[in-house]
Design a protein around this ligand. Structure first.
Ligand SMILES: [Zn+2]
Length: 378
């Protein structure tokens, strides 16, 4: 069964593009890609001691045929041109397609076209809602006009091949999303436009305005059949971990206005994994993703699968890496997810919950088929 699961391709339905980087990275620069932010002391002294970094080094050393030190691995890595290296990792990880969220260090990243060439996989785009709102606030002081253009942008994106929307409201103001009235939103729109004009741009952290606009986008997403990915759970220190528990989303999930909208809750909501499993099991329009938690939470992978699978049907669970900047995340994510999932599925066979054939079917659903259906990919 392990061999059968190892042969299943993945659709990495939430990731970010590779970054333009010099071929030879310093150990400190490389290690920085294995931390979700953190303070200077973490970056300087401790990142190289986390399991994500260490296990990656060991796996890379085996792949590249060198010893598992940062210096040796980085030297061996620099010997291979990026396109060849990325393609090798993506092929080895058997990634069939990526869905890329493009508003993360955008200027430094390879374009969709370049990513297709670099990885040899199919590449689809995800549209980040907050970034669109920030652009629109620079131009519009009137809420009606802003919402018109916001709706049009989303519609055009869908026509141009964007397959999902993404919200990082968890980062900005948390998942306790309110239902503000229009009059207040109009006043905030005007004030935010003035602020954007004064500062030459804006980083949107106005809770009332974000909550109001996100709710509109959720309705349109339902009409357009565009699933909406939500950051939930851990991330870098920008977010307040107390405010990113997906249970805060209950009012949205209960709201009839968004019943047609597919909610994809990202990152296993880690550490709120059981909460995510519960929501996925009771709401038909909620999907559970495991990215970021896999590959970051190395010693917890089997626990993550067990806790989500405890309640959530395997037809509503999705694999992704949330890889960013370097190709290693796509590679470790796919390998480690398959391996840990196979381990847990074997336990479930022993338990008598699944037979061999059903276990492979569950793995295929989680690794690629659920994403194919949800995002309507070929
Ligand atoms: Zn992400």
């Amino acid at each position: 069964m392990r061999n059968q699961i190892a042969a299943i391709p993945v659709i990495d339905h939430h990731a970010h593009a590779l970054m333009h980087l010099p071929p030879q990275l310093t150990p400190a620069r490389f290690a920085a890609f294995f931390s979700e932010g953190g303070d200077d002391v973490i970056r300087r002294e401790h990142v190289q001691n986390n399991l994500f970094f260490r296990r990656t080094l060991h796996d890379l050393a085996r792949l590249l045929g060198c010893v598992a030190t940062p210096e040796a691995v980085l030297a061996a890595r620099a010997d291979v041109p990026l396109d060849e290296y990325a393609r090798r990792l993506v092929r080895d990880a058997n990634v069939e397609a990526f869905l890329l969220d493009y508003h993360f260090q955008s200027d430094d990243n390879y374009s969709v076209q370049e990513m297709t060439g670099l990885t040899g996989a199919a590449v689809y785009r995800v549209l980040r809602l907050e970034t669109v709102l920030e652009e629109l606030l620079a131009v519009h002081d009137n809420l009606d006009a802003l919402l018109d253009v916001f709706a049009r942008r989303i519609q055009e994106a869908a026509q141009e091949g964007v397959v999902a929307l993404k919200s990082i409201i968890a980062y900005r103001t948390g998942l306790r999303i309110g239902d503000p009235d229009r009059k207040q939103a109009e006043a905030h729109c005007l004030a935010l436009h003035e602020q954007a004009t004064r500062q030459g741009g804006i980083r949107l952290t106005d809770k009332l305005f974000l909550d109001f606009c996100l709710r509109r986008a959720l309705e349109w997403a339902g009409d357009l059949q565009l699933p909406v990915q939500f950051h939930t759970g851990f991330g870098d220190t920008d977010l307040d971990i107390r405010e990113v528990n997906p249970l805060h989303m209950r009012p949205l999930l209960e709201d009839d206005r968004y019943r047609k909208t597919q909610f994809v809750l990202l990152h296993a909501s880690y550490p709120y994994v059981r909460e995510l499993g519960y929501l996925t099991s009771v709401y038909g329009h909620v999907y559970a993703d495991v990215s970021l938690a896999i590959p970051f939470a190395v010693s917890d992978f089997t626990a993550i699968w067990r806790q989500i699978l405890a309640l959530a049907p395997f037809s509503k669970i999705l694999y992704a890496s949330d890889g960013f900047s370097i190709p290693e995340h796509y590679w470790t994510g796919a390998h480690w997810a398959r391996e840990s999932l196979a381990h847990v599925l074997e336990e479930l066979i022993d338990l008598g919950a699944l037979d061999q054939k059903e276990a492979v079917e569950a793995a295929r659903a989680i690794l690629c088929e659920n994403a194919r259906r949800l995002y309507r990919l070929p």
